[in-house]
Design a protein around this ligand. Structure first.
Ligand code: PNS
Length: 161
């Protein structure tokens, strides 16, 4: 059975992430969505909230597991017994960072390979960062995140203001 990891910050999960999760299931039997638990990175949602949100919007996908991780991605991959990492590529601007990350991960753990899926054109502009900025300014984010996530993002900014 092939098991792959789709790692990220997912702060919050977007429609682009969800589309990638669904498409990644074509190339793996089981997909573990790895949510980075990084104390040094200021996130809008706690790792627990992000895990719960991803579980909610992937509940229709039985072969998806959602787990948070800290430390090195390759150590998480070893722990999960996964030798494939899946990442999305939106545009050429993503390429340099993603290439470096895949090469570092392979240098740290030669069993692991990164597979890139290109983002669908209609999600190419999308990011969690842009979504948060639009929500903070009171803009419509319903085209950016799954329906169950929309109010959770707005609520964060209501609490903050
Ligand atoms: O959604 P993001 O923020 O682009 O995801 C980045 C992520 C989580 C995949 C990356 O930061 C990561 O793997 N962090 C874990 C620490 C690590 O292994 N670093 C060395 C490889 S860059």
């Amino acid at each position: 059975m092939r098991r792959a990891i789709y790692p990220g910050s997912f702060d919050p999960i977007t429609l682009g992430h969800l589309d990638l999760i669904e498409r990644a299931l074509k190339i793996t039997d089981e997909l573990i969505v790895g949510v980075l638990n990084n104390n040094s990175k200021k996130a809008l949602f706690t790792p627990e909230e992000r895990v719960e949100m991803i579980k909610e919007v992937t509940s229709h996908l039985p072969n998806v597991k959602v787990v948070s991780f800290g430390g090195l991605l390759v150590d998480f991959a070893k722990e999960m017994e996964a030798d494939v990492i899946v990442r999305g590529l939106r545009a050429v601007t993503d390429f340099e960072y993603e290439l470096q990350m895949s090469q570092i991960n392979n240098a740290l753990y030669s069993e692991v390979d990164t597979v890139f899926l290109t983002t669908r054109l209609n999600y190419a502009y999308l990011s969690s960062t842009i979504t948060k900025e639009v929500a903070m300014m009171g803009g419509d984010i319903s085209k950016f995140v799954p329906p169950a996530i929309v109010d959770k993002v707005y609520d964060k900014y209501k609490k903050e203001s």
